[in-house]
Design a protein around this ligand. Structure first.
Ligand code: GLY
Length: 396
């Protein structure tokens, strides 16, 4: 009898206990930034003597690094610049400068489309915050290298060099490099950069999207006709599936292109992608997507924190650009993603996770590469989103 009474008391307590107060958003932001600073400085010190290397991931207790040639090279210096922007200490600046310079040789690469990621996140943020002219000189060379991959017949920048499968592959990720070109057009007066960015966005809009507003990962164009000859995937579950990070790049890319051009067509596209994500039955309650919206083992499939971080940053920007009622939905989604990523499930305990900020991202599931690990680009977009949210809170 006593046991039954005790059971009933506990049950009543559980049912009627007031909900635990939700942490104020300002607290979430500051906590996220504090952890980010501690972790990033730890990693910056750890890597200081590893000449020319940049952090990539931390797998099975081992720090994995890359040199300037990797598409991820610019993210770590970018994180340092964002943190310096938030807390301008000499230590953060010293490391931001050190790691930015490690990316410099990328400016001459004409074999990749990733120069926006590599140079704009590092040198671009550095230039924005310090006005260092030598950073602009590096970016001028880099923008020419990127523009050299543009093909007038196709109306797009080639992502990867041709191979047996693809004549002129363009991946949705490539939308992200257009911010660099837009910035360089503004800063050099070279309108060609702007025209290339605009044409690439239009071509991608015409060919990458399906009728439900999800997108393919890879569209390859016939170089004689300029017409797509293949629509497939590289990192997604299947050609017709919706790879989560691909949808994130699309959301971010068209939101950013609307900001840069004021062209309403781009806003409409961003809204369509946003609605696809928001209404997808496989988007989990905490809004951190599975690595592919169509992964066959949902709900057991891995989550991709990097996709959530990119989406969060994009949703926050979309909420400030979209003047329709939906802006409230975009803000709610962005905030929810930031809250989830800032929970112990995703945010590292200080001094763990190899110095990376977020846990549980997926690089390339198909190649069993970087599955359920920290990734430097997840950290970059998480910190960017925290700063965006902080600015929005301060402007209220
Ligand atoms: N841009 C490569 C990726 O998103 O994995």
């Amino acid at each position: 009898m006593e046991n039954i009474l005790l059971f009933c008391t506990i049950l009543t307590g559980l049912l009627f206990a007031p909900n635990k107060q939700e942490e104020p958003l300002s607290g979430v932001i500051e906590r996220g930034l504090n952890v980010s600073r501690q972790q990033t400085l730890l990693l910056a010190k750890e890597m200081e003597a590893k000449e020319n290397r940049l952090p990539k991931t931390y797998e099975n207790g081992v720090l994995q690094t890359a040199n300037y040639k990797s598409w991820i090279s610019g993210f770590f210096p970018g994180v340092l610049w964002y943190l310096y922007e938030d807390t301008p200490t000499e230590e953060l600046k010293k490391y931001a400068e050190l790691y930015t310079l490690r990316v410099m040789p990328a400016k001459d690469m004409t074999s990749t489309h990733d120069l926006g990621f590599m140079l704009y996140c590092s040198f671009g943020n550095g230039y924005r915050l310090t006005g260092n002219k030598s950073y602009m000189d590096v970016m001028k060379v880099g923008a020419e290298s990127l523009a050299s991959r543009y093909n007038d017949k196709v109306g797009a920048i080639k992502s990867w060099n041709s191979n047996k499968k693809w004549q002129f592959p363009v991946i949705i990720d490539n939308m992200m490099n257009l911010e660099f070109l837009s910035f360089m057009a503004l800063n050099t007066g070279n309108n060609r950069f702007k025209e290339i960015a605009d044409k690439h966005a239009k071509t991608t809009l015409s060919n990458h999207f399906r009728s439900d507003n999800s997108c393919y990962h890879v569209v390859s164009y016939d170089t004689i006709t300029g017409i797509p000859h293949a629509k497939q995937t590289h990192q997604g579950y299947a050609d017709n599936s919706s790879w989560a990070r691909g949808q994130a790049w699309a959301l971010y890319g068209y939101t950013m292109m609307y900001r840069e051009t004021n062209n309403k067509v781009y806003l409409e596209q961003a809204r369509k992608v946003a609605l696809f994500i928001k209404n997808h039955p496989n988007l989990p309650e905490d809004k951190v997507p599975y690595w592919d919206f169509d992964a066959p083992d949902i709900p057991k499939a891995y989550r991709d924190a990097s996709a959530a971080a990119i989406m969060a940053s994009a949703f926050l920007e979309l909420s400030s650009l979209d003047k329709s009622e939906d802006r409230i939905e975009w803000l709610k989604l962005g905030e929810q993603q930031i809250r989830s990523l800032s929970s112990p499930l995703y945010l590292a305990e200080p001094n763990t996770n190899g110095g990376f900020i977020l846990k549980h991202s997926v690089g390339n599931f198909n190649k069993k590469s970087e599955v359920d690990v920290p990734l430097t680009y997840a950290d970059y977009y998480y910190v960017e989103a925290l700063l965006r949210l902080k600015r929005m809170q301060n402007e209220k």
